[in-house]
Design a protein around this ligand. Structure first.
Ligand code: NAD
Length: 419
């Protein structure tokens, strides 16, 4: 399960999660093999001119796990720790996520091994455009539609949209989502991941007999998903007691202003030093006593090593893959409800789907229309997952996987195996 430095291998985690649910569903071995392997993997090594005139070769990946239920869909990540196995896992999770919320997509993911903090804006643009050309043969509105992920944003999406459109000779907004609004992005996309999480949490607290009013919330990771989730949850009456980013966290048991904390981070490059808060480490923050823990950074932060010390009453995974299978077993025994990534953060891909649908029609929706449609999708997905989990006496992740895998398996059977 672990690589040489002891961090679980995300693809092995993804396959183990798949097998737990596939066994519950009594899937045959052939179907298990089909669904547990990525359909297509592309590795690219490509040169980029640096500002000082030298060249640097970067390695990037695009993995398409499945195109069975529709075009593949998934973000592009820039991070120094990106590996092919990480991208494989993230691609597979996208397949299950799209199936869980019932949108007509398969799963994909991409990434470049790079610490983007070391690049200038011009270098980032050249790297992004060259990467777009390298993966151009396998992306497009009908094949594979990328989106933002860790360290990529709407500007990155705009560069990719422009690059592929220049290559093909006409504007193709539907080839990527998470674009700026001026470039045919969707209203509500920026907040969609966090808003989807909020809708799911609202349903979950009802079935657990909890309330968001006065609930103490901890958020690990303070980017697009985490910072917006913190703000939205306070609108429901929750109190944010601790938040963190890659440089560490801040804590105030009486509550932190999430908007002020974000402003402080933007001004100072760190959360540390925010008025009225104490510093806290990224390990400690996960173990704080709270009602809701929102991991919103990277994979494998809750494992067999620390799951026993988690004191949250509920966990809502904004990040992809933050909790490993061993941790899941421990948390389930402790009665902690885990709202799994493929449900809790599916608001992002759902509004990406809305963006793509708007691009293809060339007809644009008002923001409240987007949010109403998102709420409908997330509420139904929560109910479907909760029912599956309750009926099969399994945790919410296994319930979500059972639902998703059975949907993908059904379409695979109906389409049959070519030739
Ligand atoms: P982002 O780049 O906007 O933010 C990531 C945040 O995590 C940053 O604040 C960073 O400082 C922090 N971080 C990095 N390493 C950390 C560490 N070791 N400890 C604590 N914090 C750390 O990225 P994002 O888009 O918010 O994505 C965060 C997670 O949410 C990822 O797992 C991503 O796959 C997932 N996700 C994002 C979306 C989306 O629409 N943005 C959708 C679904 C899932």
């Amino acid at each position: 399960m672990s690589d040489i430095i002891g961090k679980p291998n995300p693809y092995q985690v993804a396959v183990e999660q798949f097998m737990i649910a596939a066994d519950k569903l009594n899937l045959d071995d052939g179907m298990k093999q089909i669904l547990s392997k990525p359909k297509r993997e592309l590795t690219v090594n490509f040169p980029v001119r640096m500002d000082d005139g030298t060249y640097r070769v970067f390695t990037g990946y695009r993995v398409q796990h499945s195109l069975t239920r529709g075009p593949a869909k998934g973000g592009i990540r820039y991070h120094q720790d990106v590996t092919l196995d990480e991208v494989r896992a993230l691609a597979m999770w996208m397949t299950w996520k799209c199936a869980t919320v019932g949108i007509p997509y398969g799963g994909a993911k991409g990434g470049i091994i790079v610490d983007p903090k070391q690049l200038s804006l011009a270098e980032t643009e050249r790297m992004t455009r060259r990467f777009a050309v390298e993966i151009a043969p396998i992306i497009g509105p009908e094949i594979d539609i990328p989106a933002p992920d860790v360290n990529t944003n709407s500007q990155t999406m705009a560069w990719i949209m422009d690059t592929i459109s220049m290559l093909r000779g006409y504007p193709i907004p539907g080839l990527i989502t998470g674009k700026p609004i001026a470039l045919e992005g969707s209203l509500g996309r920026n907040e969609a991941t966090a808003r989807g999480l909020q809708y799911v949490v609202r349903e979950a607290v009802k079935v657990k007999g909890m309330s968001l009013q006065g609930a103490r919330v901890v958020v690990q990771g303070y980017g697009n998903a985490g910072a917006i989730a913190a703000r939205l949850l306070t609108e429901d009456g929750a109190i944010i007691i601790a938040v963190s980013d890659s440089r560490g966290g801040i804590y105030n048991p009486r509550g932190l202003d999430p908007v002020g904390a974000l402003r402080h981070k933007q001004e100072h490059g760190t959360l540390s030093g925010f008025a009225g808060s104490d510093d806290i480490s990224n390990e400690e923050i996960l173990e704080l006593e709270c009602d809701l823990l929102v991991p919103a950074a990277l994979e494998s932060v809750i494992t067999g090593r620390n799951a026993d010390r988690i004191k949250a009453r509920m966990i809502a995974e904004a990040a992809n893959g933050p909790t490993g299978p061993e941790a899941d077993r421990i948390l389930y025994k402790k009665g902690i409800m885990v709202l799994p990534d493929i449900l809790a953060n599916a608001g992002g891909v759902t509004v990406s789907y809305f963006e793509w649908a708007q691009n293809i029609q060339g007809y644009y929706w008002a923001e409240d229309e987007v949010n109403v449609k998102l709420e409908r999708v997330m509420k139904r997905a929560f109910q479907d997952v909760y029912e599956t989990a309750t009926n099969s006496s399994v945790d919410m992740r296994t319930g979500a996987y059972m639902l998703a895998i059975s949907r993908v398996a059904e379409v695979t059977r109906l389409r049959g195996i070519f030739p």
